[in-house]
Design a protein around this ligand. Sequence first.
Ligand code: TA6
Length: 317
Amino acid sequence: MGHSAAVWDYRAATEITKDWNGIDQIVLRTPRGASARVSLHGAQVTSWRNEQGEELLFTSSKAIFKAPKAIRGGIPVCFPQFGNCGSLEQHGFARNRMWTIDDNPPPLHANDSSGKSFIDLLLKSSEEDIKCWPHSFEFRLRVALSTDGDLSLISRVRNINGKPFSFSFAHHTYLLVSDISEIRIEGLETLDYLDNLFQKERFTEQGDAITFESEVDRVYLGSPNIIAVLDHERKRTFVIRKEGLPDVAVWNPWEKKSKAMVDFGDEEYKQMLCVDGAVIEKPVSLKPGEEWTGRLQLSVVPSSFCSDRLGLDRSGL
Ligand code: TA6
């Protein structure tokens, strides 16, 4: 059924349904048939489909859709830490909490809503959270789908007049790819990175695109605000634009690690690649009343859109 954008009711394009476990999820739709699904469990984007209904994010066939386990795939929110240090669980607790729909969020820029289907979600520090991370915060996440099918995630973390606190953060983005051997990343060349396979030792990336022949688990530091992930076989490129997210975590578990994960198929490493907009090297510090904003926009363009044209708007969003 065709809808001209002029009559498209963006509010009606946001539907609340239940997922496999009876947990509320929000479905966002565009006039031309693109869609996205966001679970209230972890405010996790669990699906992002293009106008042809093709899924663009990876979800493991063995994913466990049951709290408190984070769903293996989509875009988990890693907060208040990325990684595994101290008493907090791996990648923090935000992705294992039930979020709520925020009907009256503080305003964002008009561009963040005009012509978009969107939902605003909210996580407030709970008694349980304060036991493991003694800080009072409000985390607002807007997930939006533009008329062109681009997916935007706008995160706002505010220190609610508690003590100053710091956090690291990532949108742990599981991209669905044709075959990892066909993939290359442009935009991370010559950057320094911390290699999790070598006790986070610092290295410098070489001068050409990154390709994949074995396990990769790295955090690229101080990256440009636009990164291209080219899928040669599918002749399409994921374009990642970001603001306030200076680092990029890149992960593919490869064969051995895949077999070791109960919620991941032995061969599934071939169809996925995590490329995460993140703040890791220099955590965000907030004084009471201060707020941090991070923006991530994911688009898919034909690979003929050669990536050096992306340089034209490396300014970001
Ligand atoms: O991408 C960084 C990383 O910490 C990897 O080391 C791997 O553990 C991945 O995240 C998955 O983490 P998760 O907690 O989602 O299983």
